[in-house]
Design a protein around this ligand. Structure first.
Ligand code: HEC
Length: 291
């Protein structure tokens, strides 16, 4: 299971980094800390942090469990299923029917057949509906796994993103719809609201800001956007699951105290477009592993 790329990619998030004393942070970060503490999942409670870091270090040595998700996703991709009993192999992720290699590094993108910009997971649902004959509801059911309830979507996403590993991010803003969606994502990034009047930018537009042990990447710098975007989906050691970009954004909107976004909604695609485009030039390195 251990492959050189795991060793390489994971040293970037060496657990040692998290032991550094917190640097001076903005006043807002202090407020955020209090909120984050109350919102944290029990597994992330202060008391279990050391235990969790130990588990994380052990995982690093053993290899990335996300490989199991990738393998299961590939099987799902190739297996005939749904009312039409066909596989997803002819799905067009933007580079032509059946092309999975490098497709994720160019998403989100405009699709002529739907006349809209779609991210990976919207497109996947579209293929499950059109090729396999599922309803939209069936195709988007159970997007985030929970204990004892694995998610096909997370597995498929792990496989498809893995097909872009080592590929340079190359998201285009050529079609007017792509420009519009990017601008919408940018607007959303700075849009303040909710009980605490937070925007994404409150937590993610400053260098060196952190909540407790977690570094908050500055997503407005290419360095920050690349490091963050190219490493999702990720196996979360604290959750024992592979989580997708949809889930990451869902979780941040929850921390922001915004209304829960519908899975696969256009707002998430717009935010994803903004982040993905800002990560252009970075080498895709997911599914990765995170605490
Ligand atoms: C209240 C603070 C807060 C707000 C507001 C917030 N986030 Fe986050 N975000 C976090 C935390 C905490 C993490 C986890 C950092 C870690 O584990 O390294 C995170 C992680 C991320 C990551 C992954 C970074 C990485 O390197 O893995 C992305 C991408 C992200 N947020 C995007 C967003 C977007 C887009 C928004 C607005 C919709 C947003 N966040 C709003 C706190 C916030």
């Amino acid at each position: 299971m251990v492959s050189p790329r795991n060793t390489r990619s994971n040293t970037r998030r060496s657990p040692r980094r998290t032991y550094r004393a917190a640097p001076a942070v903005l006043a807002v970060a202090a407020a955020v800390t209090a909120i984050a503490t109350t919102l944290s999942a029990p597994a992330l409670a202060q008391g279990s942090t050391a235990e969790e870091l130990a588990k994380y270090r052990q995982m690093l040595a053993e290899g990335n469990p996300a490989e199991l998700w990738e393998a299961a996703g590939e099987e799902l991709w190739k297996k005939p299923a749904g009312p039409k009993n066909v596989s997803l192999e002819q799905c067009d992720l933007g580079k032509g029917p059946g092309v999975t290699k490098g497709a994720y590094a160019e998403l989100p993108r405009y699709f002529k057949d739907t006349n809209k910009v779609m991210d990976l997971e919207q497109r996947l649902a579209y293929c499950r509906v059109t090729l396999q004959g599922l309803t939209q509801e069936e195709a988007t059911k159970n997007p985030f796994s929970s204990q004892g309830k694995p998610s096909d979507i997370e597995r498929l996403a792990a496989y498809l993103t893995g097909e872009s590993r080592g590929v340079k991010m190359n998201v285009q803003l050529t079609h007017p719809e792509e420009k519009r969606v990017y601008a919408l994502g940018e607007k959303m990034f700075f849009y303040r609201g909710g009980a605490y009047d937070f925007a994404c930018a409150t937590c993610h537009a400053v260098d060196g800001q952190r909540i407790r042990l977690q570094d908050l990447p500055n997503l407005l710098t290419s360095k920050g956007a690349e490091a963050a975007y190219t490493t999702w989906p990720a196996y979360r050691v604290s959750q024992g699951e592979v989580r997708t970009m949809q889930h990451r954004l869902y979780d941040c909107l929850r921390q922001q105290r915004f209304p829960e976004p519908a899975y696969g909604s256009d707002v998430i695609t717009a935010l994803t477009m903004f982040l993905a485009k800002n990560a252009n030039g970075g080498t895709y390195d997911g599914p990765n592993m995170k605490r």
